[in-house]
Ligand binder design. Structure first.
Ligand code: MG
Length: 312
């Protein structure tokens, strides 16, 4: 479906509303201040000043009011690495995927994929979705539940015991992530079938060739319309939403582990993490510590040293 988005000044918005007044319809979606339905075009005005035109007459109606923004091309020059995205990529129906937890000593790796259809993009933005690096964990916890209720998604949690087993078999984090992304994408595509996204965008952690080499033994490999880019959460709201859902799943598992360990388990892999790991080791033993950490991280040796010092 054709889709055009303009950002207009308040006085222009007033003109738009007056112009489409006789086609006005009631819409109670969050952030919507005015909506109209023409024979071939739906017009939606958002609190943010964005005006969306959808349908076969979208380009015609939008051209009455200005030129549409093509921010993707701007964002994707210089600041990101990866595939060149098609024009108007931000306004297409896309499945995005992202992971979190890879650098944290405690807790799982989580991967999420989700589908944002073109006509959901404005709503998802109105829910506050943006680059997850600009959002706090507490904000993301709240947002994620709305997103999961709204979007077709899949979220995978690789718990520490399984992580340690496969890592011990020699699997790299790259391979583990590639398998999880492929799995999450497979789930989303089968949930949304027969509908298909215009594209799939993976937040790039490995070059395309390396990614597909990691998953070459899989029965089902998702290849059709797959694009890779770094900083992909800035390029399509589906990746930003996936990143928030992955973060939510990570935080939930950290809550569970904190309860098990009877202490608040810290994120990251800093010296503070070594201290807490040493305390957990002394209180609950090695097997327990292993069951809640990425055991091969250097933090393990540092925590052991600290624990041995404290014993004497
Ligand atoms: Mg990422």
């Amino acid at each position: 479906m054709a889709n055009e988005v303009l950002v207009l000044q308040p006085h222009e918005i007033e003109k738009v509303k007056a112009h489409y007044l006789k086609y006005k319809v009631e819409r109670s979606a969050p952030g919507v201040v005015f909506a109209a339905k023409l024979v071939d075009t739906a017009v939606t005005v958002y609190k943010s000043g964005k005006v969306m035109f959808q349908g076969n007459g979208a380009a015609r109606e939008a051209s009455l009011w200005g030129t549409t923004s093509k921010s993707v091309e701007k964002v994707n020059s210089g600041t990101t690495k990866g595939d060149t995205l098609p024009p108007n990529f931000t306004s297409l129906s896309v499945v995005g995927s992202d992971e979190t937890g890879t650098g944290d000593y405690f807790g799982p790796i989580t991967v999420a994929a989700c589908f944002v259809r073109a006509d959901q993009i404005e709503l998802i933005k109105e829910l506050g979705v943006k680059d997850s690096k600009m959002l706090t964990d507490e904000v993301m916890r709240k947002m994620a539940t709305d997103l999961m209720a709204t979007l077709t998604h899949s979220v995978l949690v690789l718990k520490n015991e399984k992580y340690n087993t496969i890592q011990g078999r020699g699997w790299s984090q790259g391979k583990i992530k590639a398998l999880m992304h492929n799995q999450a994408l497979k789930h989303v595509l089968s949930k949304m079938a027969p509908e298909k996204p215009a594209h799939i965008l993976i937040d790039q952690f490995a070059e395309r060739g390396i990614y597909y080499n990691h998953i070459k033994a899989e029965k089902e490999i998702i290849r059709e319309n797959v694009l890779f880019s770094t900083k992909a959460e800035q390029l399509h709201v589906s990746v930003a939403a996936a990143s928030i859902i992955a973060r939510y799943a990570f935080l939930k598992e950290m809550d569970r582990l904190s309860e098990l360990a009877n202490t608040t388990i810290p994120k990251g892999a800093s010296a503070k993490v070594d201290e807490i790991a040493a305390s957990i080791y002394l209180k609950h033993g090695e097997a327990f510590l292993k069951s809640i950490t990425k055991w091969h991280f250097a933090n393990t040796q540092k925590a052991m040293k600290l624990a041995n010092k404290r014993k004497f």
